[in-house]
Design a protein around this ligand. Structure first.
Ligand code: AMP
Length: 220
């Protein structure tokens, strides 16, 4: 039976960083809706062109296209054993669509770590974030600097600052998160799969907590 982990939390909570780490230690692919959109943008596909304006404004891309994109990704062979979802679902209809999709694939949402970080820390974190051009590996100027400035430790590609990590757009993204995504906290809590994780702790401590949770709740 495939296993699915959904990382929930505001922009800047560390979902991407943690997803990359637990993906490499547990072998489940990291499925990031934001990263998939950025790939489409880079390749100037039809979907990329449609998503561009929403992303630049810090708004959510419409549910129907986002759901279709995730469905395509989760049905690829590398997700046969499951996946770590980062950035999806972000709305109630997306959560419903995900449940239906996973049921078709013979699974369900097994664990939802809710990575919680005080809002005031988020803007600072995102302003110092550097992202790798090739594969989206994530670094931070002070808390997680690359070995060589401007260069990804993993694949050597160029690091850049996301346009939507600028303060104004970040505030909008946080607002959107508060209004559209926070209802999912209660949704998953009522299903008994939500576990709150303190995302203000150092990266390695958060990874340790998540790894223990996965061992206890998912790999049983
Ligand atoms: P992220 O990398 O997760 O911060 O996502 C970057 C941007 O991509 C978001 O601000 C949205 O514009 C878009 N996006 C990512 N995931 C979703 C989603 N699940 N639903 C709608 N829009 C999304």
């Amino acid at each position: 039976m495939p296993k699915y982990i959904v990382l929930l939390g505001p922009p800047g909570a560390g979902k991407g960083t943690q997803a990359q780490k637990i993906s490499s230690s547990f072998g489940y692919p990291h499925v990031s809706s934001g990263e998939l959109f950025r790939e489409h943008l880079k390749n100037q596909t039809q979907l990329g062109k449609l998503a561009q304006g929403y992303i630049e404004r810090g708004e959510l891309v419409p549910d129907d296209v986002t759901i279709a994109m995730i469905r395509e990704r989760l049905t690829r062979p590398d997700c046969e054993q499951g996946a770590i979802l980062d950035g999806f679902p972000r709305t109630a209809p997306q959560a419903e669509a995900l449940s239906a999709m996973l049921a078709e694939l013979g699974g369900k949402v097994d664990l939802v770590p809710y990575i919680n970080v005080p809002t005031r820390v988020l803007v600072e974190r995102l302003a110092g974030r550097w992202t790798c051009r090739e594969q989206g590996h994530i670094f931070h100027e002070t808390s997680n600097p690359p070995r060589q400035p401007g260069k990804c430790d993993v694949d050597g590609s160029e690091l850049y600052q996301r346009e939507d990590d600028q303060a104004e757009t970040v505030l909008k993204r946080i607002q959107v998160y508060l209004s559209q995504t926070t209802p999912l906290i209660e949704h998953y809590r009522s299903q008994g799969v939500l576990v709150e994780v303190n995302g203000a702790l150092p990266i390695d401590q958060v990874t340790q907590t998540l790894s223990e949770l996965i061992e206890k709740e998912v790999l049983v």
